[in-house]
Design a protein around this ligand. Structure first.
Ligand SMILES: Nc1ncnc2c1ncn2[C@@H]1O[C@H](COP(=O)(O)OP(=O)(O)OP(=O)(O)O)[C@@H](O)[C@H]1O
Ligand SMILES: [Mg+2]
Length: 258
C-alpha cells in the first residue's frame, strides 16, 4: 500500500532574526530574535497590531532589507550573507512582493508596470510581453493594460501589483496587506486570486489585519512587539468553513490579548 507523503518542506527559515533602528539616541528593536519556519506551498498569514513588526519581518524574510543580526535561509541557502549581485538575483527571480502601499510606477501603464521586473531580470521582450498580458488576463484587467495607474481603481491597481509580483514566476509571494485599502468586494477578488494561486502550489506569505482575509491561511502567525506570539495551524481553506475559521482565529487572537 502506498502512503501519501505529507511531510512539510521548509522553504524559509529564520534564526534569531533581529532588526534594530536608531532613533536619535535610542535603539528601537522591530524584530527581537525571531525564530520561524515557512513551508513550501503553504498560505501563511501574519497578523498583529499596528507597529508590531509585520512589515519588518516580511522585508527581512524576503531579502529586501538587511538584518541587524541573525540568519535567514531560503531552501537551505543562507541569503543574508549573499553578495549584492546574488541578493538582487534572488529578489528578482525567487520572490514576488506586493507592497503595503501599492507602489506602481505612476508614469508607466499597467502593462509596463507588470513587465518591468521581467526587464530587470534580463528576459526577452516578447517573452515578457506575452506573460504580462496573460497575467493581466488572469487578474481580469487585460482591457486596462494601456491605462496609467491613476486611471484605474484601487482594486485594479492592486491586481496589477499582484501581476507584477508574478511576472518572473517567483517561488514565493509576499503580500503586505494586499486588501487593506480595498472595498470588501475588491478585497474578496484579490483573496480569491491568491487562494487560487495557492491551490496551484504557489507559496504565499500575506500580512493582514482582517480576520476574514486571515481565514485563507493554512497557518497563521501572530506577531507582537517584534516577536512571534503564537502560531495557529488551520489546514486548507474552504468556503464552507469560513464561519468556523473566523471564530477559531478570533479566539486565538483574543486568548493572547490582541
Ligand atoms: N526606519 C525606521 N526607523 C525607526 N523605526 C522604524 C522604522 N521602520 C519601522 N520602524 C518601527 O518598527 C516597528 C515595526 O514596524 P512595521 O512597519 O514592521 O510594523 P507593522 O506591524 O507592519 O505595522 P502596520 O500594521 O502599521 O503596517 C514600528 O514601531 C515602527 O515604528
Ligand atoms: Mg506594515
Amino acid at each position: 500500500m502506498s502512503t501519501v507523503n505529507t511531510k512539510k518542506v521548509v522553504m524559509l527559515k529564520a534564526i534569531n532574526l533581529c532588526k534594530s533602528y536608531s532613533t536619535g539616541t535610542e535603539q528601537f528593536h522591530a524584530a527581537k530574535s525571531v525564530n520561524l519556519e515557512l513551508f513550501e506551498g503553504e498560505f501563511t498569514v501574519i497578523m498583529g497590531s499596528s507597529g508590531s513588526g509585520k512589515s519588518t519581518l516580511l522585508y527581512l524574510l524576503s531579502g529586501l532589507d538587511t538584518l541587524t543580526s541573525g540568519e535567514v535561509y531560503f531552501k537551505g541557502q543562507r541569503i543574508d550573507e549573499y553578495s549584492e549581485k546574488k541578493i538582487t538575483d534572488f529578489r528578482s527571480n525567487k520572490i514576488g512582493y506586493v507592497y503595503q502601499s501599492i507602489n506602481l510606477i505612476p508614469d508607466f501603464t499597467l502593462l509596463e508596470n507588470v513587465s518591468f521586473p521581467g526587464y530587470v531580470a534580463g528576459r526577452s521582450k516578447n517573452d515578457i510581453h506575452n506573460q504580462a498580458m496573460n497575467l493581466l488576463q488572469m487578474m481580469g484587467i487585460a482591457e486596462l493594460a494601456n491605462r496609467l495607474p491613476s486611471q484605474v481603481s484601487g482594486g485594479q491597481q492592486q491586481r496589477a501589483a499582484i501581476a507584477r509580483a508574478l511576472i518572473n514566476s517567483p517561488e514565493v509571494i509576499f503580500a503586505d496587506e494586499p486588501t487593506g485599502a480595498l472595498s470588501q468586494e475588491q478585497g474578496t477578488i484579490i483573496l480569491d486570486i491568491l487562494t487560487e494561486m495557492n491551490r496551484k502550489s504557489q507559496s504565499i506569505v500575506m500580512v493582514t489585519h482582517d480576520i476574514k482575509a486571515a481565514c485563507r491561511a493554512d497557518r497563521l502567525i501572530l506577531v507582537k512587539d517584534g516577536n512571534i506570539d503564537g502560531i495557529l495551524e488551520l489546514g486548507k481553506y474552504s468556503i464552507e468553513q469560513l464561519k468556523a475559521r473566523e471564530n477559531q482565529i478570533f479566539e486565538f487572537i483574543s486568548e493572547r490579548g490582541q
